[in-house]
Design a protein around this ligand. Structure first.
Ligand code: HEM
Length: 322
Protein backbone atom coordinates (compact mmCIF):
# COMPACT_ATOMS: atom_id res chain seq x y z
CA UNK A 1 0.00 0.00 0.00
CA UNK A 2 2.74 2.45 0.96
CA UNK A 3 4.82 1.71 -2.14
CA UNK A 4 1.89 1.98 -4.54
CA UNK A 5 -0.26 4.68 -2.96
CA UNK A 6 2.15 6.72 -0.84
CA UNK A 7 2.40 6.77 2.96
CA UNK A 8 -1.12 7.49 4.14
CA UNK A 9 -2.37 8.12 7.67
CA UNK A 10 -3.47 4.51 8.17
CA UNK A 11 0.17 3.47 8.02
CA UNK A 12 1.29 6.02 10.64
CA UNK A 13 1.11 5.92 14.42
CA UNK A 14 1.04 8.24 17.43
CA UNK A 15 1.49 11.95 16.79
CA UNK A 16 2.06 11.57 13.01
CA UNK A 17 -1.20 9.68 12.66
CA UNK A 18 -3.13 12.02 14.93
CA UNK A 19 -1.98 15.17 13.06
CA UNK A 20 -3.39 13.89 9.77
CA UNK A 21 -6.46 12.31 11.34
CA UNK A 22 -7.27 15.71 12.91
CA UNK A 23 -6.72 17.38 9.54
CA UNK A 24 -9.38 15.24 7.83
CA UNK A 25 -11.84 15.21 10.77
CA UNK A 26 -13.74 18.40 9.75
CA UNK A 27 -14.67 16.65 6.51
CA UNK A 28 -15.64 13.28 8.01
CA UNK A 29 -17.15 14.26 11.40
CA UNK A 30 -20.76 13.36 12.32
CA UNK A 31 -21.56 17.08 12.14
CA UNK A 32 -20.14 17.43 8.61
CA UNK A 33 -22.10 14.38 7.50
CA UNK A 34 -25.32 15.77 8.95
CA UNK A 35 -24.99 19.35 7.78
CA UNK A 36 -23.17 18.87 4.51
CA UNK A 37 -22.99 15.43 2.93
CA UNK A 38 -26.26 13.66 3.73
CA UNK A 39 -28.38 15.95 1.55
CA UNK A 40 -25.96 15.57 -1.36
CA UNK A 41 -26.09 11.76 -1.01
CA UNK A 42 -29.88 11.99 -0.99
CA UNK A 43 -30.16 14.18 -4.10
CA UNK A 44 -27.93 11.97 -6.20
CA UNK A 45 -29.51 8.70 -5.02
CA UNK A 46 -32.94 10.01 -6.02
CA UNK A 47 -31.55 10.65 -9.53
CA UNK A 48 -30.19 7.09 -9.77
CA UNK A 49 -33.58 5.75 -8.64
CA UNK A 50 -35.37 7.95 -11.21
CA UNK A 51 -33.27 6.38 -13.97
CA UNK A 52 -34.28 2.91 -12.79
CA UNK A 53 -37.98 3.74 -12.69
CA UNK A 54 -38.28 3.38 -16.47
CA UNK A 55 -36.95 -0.16 -16.32
CA UNK A 56 -38.06 -3.35 -14.62
CA UNK A 57 -34.98 -5.54 -14.20
CA UNK A 58 -31.19 -5.43 -14.10
CA UNK A 59 -28.05 -5.86 -12.02
CA UNK A 60 -28.49 -3.45 -9.13
CA UNK A 61 -24.91 -3.94 -8.01
CA UNK A 62 -23.80 -1.92 -11.05
CA UNK A 63 -26.94 0.15 -11.61
CA UNK A 64 -27.54 1.22 -8.00
CA UNK A 65 -24.92 0.36 -5.39
CA UNK A 66 -21.91 1.30 -7.51
CA UNK A 67 -22.95 4.82 -8.64
CA UNK A 68 -24.52 5.73 -5.27
CA UNK A 69 -21.27 4.86 -3.49
CA UNK A 70 -19.02 6.45 -6.12
CA UNK A 71 -20.90 9.72 -6.14
CA UNK A 72 -20.65 9.99 -2.35
CA UNK A 73 -16.90 9.54 -2.62
CA UNK A 74 -16.70 12.03 -5.46
CA UNK A 75 -18.16 14.81 -3.32
CA UNK A 76 -16.35 13.82 -0.13
CA UNK A 77 -12.91 13.65 -1.75
CA UNK A 78 -13.54 16.86 -3.71
CA UNK A 79 -12.77 15.12 -7.03
CA UNK A 80 -16.11 16.13 -8.51
CA UNK A 81 -14.87 15.98 -12.11
CA UNK A 82 -14.21 12.27 -11.84
CA UNK A 83 -16.99 10.09 -13.30
CA UNK A 84 -18.58 7.40 -11.13
CA UNK A 85 -17.17 4.73 -13.48
CA UNK A 86 -13.66 6.16 -13.17
CA UNK A 87 -13.99 6.34 -9.37
CA UNK A 88 -14.96 2.67 -9.29
CA UNK A 89 -12.18 1.71 -11.72
CA UNK A 90 -9.32 3.46 -9.89
CA UNK A 91 -10.53 2.15 -6.54
CA UNK A 92 -10.52 -1.44 -7.79
CA UNK A 93 -7.12 -0.93 -9.46
CA UNK A 94 -5.58 0.12 -6.14
CA UNK A 95 -7.21 -2.73 -4.22
CA UNK A 96 -5.89 -5.21 -6.78
CA UNK A 97 -2.46 -3.58 -6.55
CA UNK A 98 -2.36 -3.81 -2.74
CA UNK A 99 -3.45 -7.48 -2.84
CA UNK A 100 -0.86 -8.32 -5.50
CA UNK A 101 1.19 -10.59 -3.23
CA UNK A 102 2.33 -12.61 -6.28
CA UNK A 103 3.97 -9.49 -7.75
CA UNK A 104 2.16 -9.64 -11.14
CA UNK A 105 3.77 -6.83 -13.21
CA UNK A 106 0.57 -6.10 -15.17
CA UNK A 107 -1.47 -5.62 -11.97
CA UNK A 108 1.22 -3.29 -10.59
CA UNK A 109 1.36 -1.26 -13.82
CA UNK A 110 -2.43 -0.95 -13.83
CA UNK A 111 -2.37 0.23 -10.20
CA UNK A 112 0.20 2.92 -11.09
CA UNK A 113 -2.02 4.06 -13.95
CA UNK A 114 -4.97 4.34 -11.52
CA UNK A 115 -3.01 6.35 -8.93
CA UNK A 116 -1.75 8.61 -11.76
CA UNK A 117 -5.37 9.28 -12.74
CA UNK A 118 -6.17 10.29 -9.13
CA UNK A 119 -3.09 12.56 -8.98
CA UNK A 120 -4.15 14.21 -12.25
CA UNK A 121 -7.66 14.86 -10.87
CA UNK A 122 -6.22 16.29 -7.63
CA UNK A 123 -3.85 18.58 -9.56
CA UNK A 124 -6.65 19.76 -11.87
CA UNK A 125 -8.92 20.49 -8.90
CA UNK A 126 -6.20 22.50 -7.13
CA UNK A 127 -5.44 24.42 -10.34
CA UNK A 128 -9.15 25.20 -10.76
CA UNK A 129 -9.18 26.62 -7.21
CA UNK A 130 -10.55 25.21 -3.97
CA UNK A 131 -12.96 27.46 -2.04
CA UNK A 132 -12.03 28.59 1.49
CA UNK A 133 -15.05 26.82 2.94
CA UNK A 134 -14.69 23.63 0.84
CA UNK A 135 -15.56 20.73 3.15
CA UNK A 136 -14.05 17.98 1.01
CA UNK A 137 -11.02 15.91 2.03
CA UNK A 138 -9.00 17.96 -0.43
CA UNK A 139 -10.28 21.26 0.96
CA UNK A 140 -9.71 20.49 4.66
CA UNK A 141 -6.25 19.03 4.07
CA UNK A 142 -5.20 22.08 2.05
CA UNK A 143 -6.37 24.38 4.87
CA UNK A 144 -4.58 22.24 7.47
CA UNK A 145 -1.32 22.74 5.56
CA UNK A 146 -0.65 19.10 4.70
CA UNK A 147 1.86 18.53 1.89
CA UNK A 148 0.74 17.53 -1.60
CA UNK A 149 2.26 14.11 -0.95
CA UNK A 150 0.22 13.64 2.26
CA UNK A 151 -3.01 14.84 0.62
CA UNK A 152 -2.55 12.55 -2.35
CA UNK A 153 -1.83 9.52 -0.14
CA UNK A 154 -4.84 10.15 2.13
CA UNK A 155 -7.23 10.71 -0.78
CA UNK A 156 -6.01 7.46 -2.36
CA UNK A 157 -6.57 5.68 0.96
CA UNK A 158 -10.14 7.00 1.12
CA UNK A 159 -10.81 5.99 -2.48
CA UNK A 160 -9.38 2.50 -2.06
CA UNK A 161 -11.55 1.69 0.97
CA UNK A 162 -14.34 4.21 0.51
CA UNK A 163 -15.75 2.97 -2.80
CA UNK A 164 -15.98 -0.81 -2.66
CA UNK A 165 -17.02 -0.93 1.02
CA UNK A 166 -20.20 1.15 0.85
CA UNK A 167 -20.91 -0.28 -2.63
CA UNK A 168 -20.64 -3.84 -1.36
CA UNK A 169 -22.54 -3.05 1.84
CA UNK A 170 -25.44 -1.43 -0.06
CA UNK A 171 -25.74 -4.35 -2.49
CA UNK A 172 -25.04 -6.89 0.25
CA UNK A 173 -27.60 -5.54 2.72
CA UNK A 174 -30.27 -5.41 -0.01
CA UNK A 175 -29.43 -9.03 -0.89
CA UNK A 176 -29.47 -10.16 2.76
CA UNK A 177 -32.88 -8.54 3.35
CA UNK A 178 -34.40 -9.95 0.14
CA UNK A 179 -33.04 -13.35 1.04
CA UNK A 180 -34.51 -13.09 4.57
CA UNK A 181 -38.05 -11.65 4.08
CA UNK A 182 -38.81 -11.96 7.79
CA UNK A 183 -35.88 -9.65 8.55
CA UNK A 184 -36.91 -7.20 5.82
CA UNK A 185 -40.40 -7.09 7.31
CA UNK A 186 -38.91 -5.99 10.66
CA UNK A 187 -37.32 -2.99 8.92
CA UNK A 188 -40.39 -2.13 6.85
CA UNK A 189 -42.69 -2.31 9.88
CA UNK A 190 -40.40 -0.07 11.93
CA UNK A 191 -39.68 -2.82 14.48
CA UNK A 192 -36.01 -2.18 13.80
CA UNK A 193 -34.01 0.40 11.84
CA UNK A 194 -32.20 0.37 8.50
CA UNK A 195 -29.06 1.20 10.47
CA UNK A 196 -29.45 -2.04 12.45
CA UNK A 197 -29.87 -3.96 9.17
CA UNK A 198 -26.71 -2.43 7.71
CA UNK A 199 -24.65 -2.90 10.88
CA UNK A 200 -25.79 -6.53 11.18
CA UNK A 201 -24.91 -7.19 7.54
CA UNK A 202 -21.48 -5.60 8.16
CA UNK A 203 -20.99 -7.88 11.20
CA UNK A 204 -22.23 -10.98 9.39
CA UNK A 205 -20.17 -10.57 6.19
CA UNK A 206 -17.42 -8.14 7.34
CA UNK A 207 -16.78 -6.11 4.15
CA UNK A 208 -13.22 -5.65 5.46
CA UNK A 209 -12.41 -9.07 6.85
CA UNK A 210 -8.75 -8.50 7.57
CA UNK A 211 -6.23 -5.72 8.10
CA UNK A 212 -2.48 -6.30 8.46
CA UNK A 213 -0.13 -4.89 11.11
CA UNK A 214 3.59 -4.89 11.84
CA UNK A 215 4.42 -5.70 15.47
CA UNK A 216 6.17 -2.75 17.19
CA UNK A 217 7.39 -4.26 20.46
CA UNK A 218 7.78 -7.55 22.30
CA UNK A 219 4.41 -8.86 23.47
CA UNK A 220 2.99 -12.11 24.87
CA UNK A 221 -0.62 -13.07 24.28
CA UNK A 222 -2.24 -16.41 25.01
CA UNK A 223 1.13 -18.11 25.17
CA UNK A 224 2.25 -16.70 21.80
CA UNK A 225 5.33 -14.52 21.66
CA UNK A 226 5.25 -11.57 19.23
CA UNK A 227 8.46 -9.80 18.29
CA UNK A 228 9.17 -6.47 16.58
CA UNK A 229 8.66 -6.61 12.79
CA UNK A 230 6.50 -9.77 12.98
CA UNK A 231 3.55 -9.45 10.59
CA UNK A 232 0.05 -10.19 11.89
CA UNK A 233 -3.45 -10.11 10.41
CA UNK A 234 -6.31 -8.62 12.42
CA UNK A 235 -9.19 -10.91 11.44
CA UNK A 236 -12.22 -8.63 11.83
CA UNK A 237 -14.34 -11.26 10.05
CA UNK A 238 -13.42 -13.92 12.63
CA UNK A 239 -14.02 -11.54 15.57
CA UNK A 240 -17.45 -10.70 14.18
CA UNK A 241 -18.42 -14.38 14.34
CA UNK A 242 -16.94 -15.05 17.79
CA UNK A 243 -19.40 -17.35 19.60
CA UNK A 244 -18.36 -15.95 22.97
CA UNK A 245 -19.53 -12.51 21.87
CA UNK A 246 -22.43 -13.13 19.47
CA UNK A 247 -25.12 -15.81 19.94
CA UNK A 248 -25.64 -17.89 16.74
CA UNK A 249 -23.19 -15.65 14.87
CA UNK A 250 -23.84 -17.38 11.54
CA UNK A 251 -27.43 -16.09 11.55
CA UNK A 252 -28.44 -12.77 9.98
CA UNK A 253 -30.54 -11.21 12.73
CA UNK A 254 -31.37 -7.52 12.37
CA UNK A 255 -32.45 -7.26 16.01
CA UNK A 256 -29.18 -8.41 17.58
CA UNK A 257 -26.96 -6.18 19.73
CA UNK A 258 -24.13 -5.28 17.36
CA UNK A 259 -22.26 -2.88 19.63
CA UNK A 260 -19.28 -5.25 19.82
CA UNK A 261 -19.00 -5.61 16.05
CA UNK A 262 -15.57 -4.73 14.61
CA UNK A 263 -16.74 -4.00 11.06
CA UNK A 264 -15.28 -0.50 11.17
CA UNK A 265 -12.18 -1.57 13.13
CA UNK A 266 -11.31 -0.24 16.60
CA UNK A 267 -8.90 2.08 18.38
CA UNK A 268 -7.00 5.00 16.83
CA UNK A 269 -7.50 3.68 13.29
CA UNK A 270 -11.28 3.25 13.65
CA UNK A 271 -12.78 3.98 10.22
CA UNK A 272 -12.81 7.72 9.52
CA UNK A 273 -15.64 7.18 7.03
CA UNK A 274 -17.96 5.32 9.45
CA UNK A 275 -20.41 8.21 10.00
CA UNK A 276 -20.59 9.02 6.30
CA UNK A 277 -21.14 5.35 5.48
CA UNK A 278 -23.92 4.98 8.03
CA UNK A 279 -25.68 8.06 6.64
CA UNK A 280 -25.22 7.01 3.02
CA UNK A 281 -26.37 3.44 3.53
CA UNK A 282 -28.89 3.57 6.40
CA UNK A 283 -30.38 7.06 6.01
CA UNK A 284 -30.37 7.18 2.22
CA UNK A 285 -29.62 4.12 0.05
CA UNK A 286 -31.69 1.47 1.88
CA UNK A 287 -34.86 3.43 2.80
CA UNK A 288 -35.19 5.14 -0.60
CA UNK A 289 -34.67 1.83 -2.38
CA UNK A 290 -37.25 -0.19 -0.44
CA UNK A 291 -39.74 2.67 -0.54
CA UNK A 292 -39.56 3.00 -4.34
CA UNK A 293 -39.24 -0.68 -5.22
CA UNK A 294 -41.55 -2.33 -2.71
CA UNK A 295 -41.97 -5.49 -4.79
CA UNK A 296 -38.29 -5.94 -5.71
CA UNK A 297 -37.07 -9.54 -5.80
CA UNK A 298 -33.96 -11.48 -6.74
CA UNK A 299 -33.92 -13.14 -10.16
CA UNK A 300 -30.80 -15.26 -9.76
CA UNK A 301 -27.93 -16.40 -7.58
CA UNK A 302 -25.86 -13.67 -5.91
CA UNK A 303 -22.18 -14.68 -6.12
CA UNK A 304 -19.76 -13.44 -3.45
CA UNK A 305 -16.01 -12.93 -3.72
CA UNK A 306 -12.96 -11.93 -1.70
CA UNK A 307 -12.13 -12.32 1.98
CA UNK A 308 -9.92 -9.36 2.96
CA UNK A 309 -12.45 -7.31 0.96
CA UNK A 310 -15.63 -9.36 0.76
CA UNK A 311 -18.87 -8.61 -1.01
CA UNK A 312 -21.43 -9.56 -3.67
CA UNK A 313 -20.31 -9.50 -7.30
CA UNK A 314 -23.77 -9.01 -8.81
CA UNK A 315 -27.35 -8.32 -7.67
CA UNK A 316 -29.78 -9.48 -10.38
CA UNK A 317 -33.27 -8.15 -9.57
CA UNK A 318 -36.72 -7.43 -11.00
CA UNK A 319 -38.86 -4.53 -9.71
CA UNK A 320 -41.84 -2.24 -10.26
CA UNK A 321 -41.48 1.41 -9.27
CA UNK A 322 -44.16 2.86 -6.95
C1 HEM B 1 -19.19 0.09 4.80
C2 HEM B 1 -18.23 0.97 4.67
C3 HEM B 1 -16.86 0.89 5.32
C4 HEM B 1 -16.28 -0.10 6.08
C5 HEM B 1 -16.89 -1.44 6.50
C6 HEM B 1 -14.96 0.37 6.46
C7 HEM B 1 -14.08 -0.33 7.28
C8 HEM B 1 -12.88 0.18 7.76
C9 HEM B 1 -12.00 -0.51 8.67
C10 HEM B 1 -12.23 -1.92 9.22
C11 HEM B 1 -10.96 0.32 8.95
C12 HEM B 1 -9.79 0.04 9.92
C13 HEM B 1 -8.64 -0.59 9.21
C14 HEM B 1 -7.49 -0.90 10.15
O1 HEM B 1 -7.58 -0.73 11.37
O2 HEM B 1 -6.45 -1.33 9.62
C15 HEM B 1 -11.16 1.54 8.17
C16 HEM B 1 -10.30 2.61 8.18
C17 HEM B 1 -10.47 3.75 7.40
N1 HEM B 1 -11.54 4.03 6.59
FE1 HEM B 1 -13.18 2.87 6.30
N2 HEM B 1 -14.77 1.61 5.92
C18 HEM B 1 -15.89 1.98 5.21
C19 HEM B 1 -16.10 3.16 4.52
C20 HEM B 1 -15.20 4.20 4.42
C21 HEM B 1 -15.40 5.41 3.65
C22 HEM B 1 -16.67 5.74 2.84
C23 HEM B 1 -14.27 6.18 3.80
C24 HEM B 1 -13.91 7.53 3.24
C25 HEM B 1 -14.71 8.30 2.53
C26 HEM B 1 -13.36 5.45 4.68
C27 HEM B 1 -12.14 5.91 5.09
C28 HEM B 1 -11.32 5.25 5.99
C29 HEM B 1 -10.06 5.81 6.45
C30 HEM B 1 -9.45 7.16 6.05
C31 HEM B 1 -9.52 4.86 7.35
C32 HEM B 1 -8.20 4.95 8.10
C33 HEM B 1 -8.43 5.56 9.48
C34 HEM B 1 -7.14 5.71 10.26
O3 HEM B 1 -6.17 4.98 10.02
O4 HEM B 1 -7.12 6.56 11.17
N3 HEM B 1 -13.97 4.26 5.03
N4 HEM B 1 -12.34 1.43 7.46
Amino acid sequence: MTVLMGENLMRKDGRDHMTERKAIYPSMSPQAVKSHWREQFHEYTKRVIADLEGEDSGDLFWRYAMPVSAHALRVMTGLTDMSVDEMNRVSQGMIDGCANYGGDAAVEAHCHECTASIDAHIDAQIMAGVADDDMSLLGVQLRAGLSLEQMRANIKLSISGGQNEPRDAIAGTIWALLDHPDQLEKCLSGETSWLQAFEEYARWISPIGMSPRRVAQNYDYGGVRFEPEDRVFFMFGAANRDREVFASPEEFDVTRDIRKSLSFGAGPHFCAGAWASRALIADVALPIFFEKFADVHLTGEVPFGGWAFRGPLALPCRWTAF
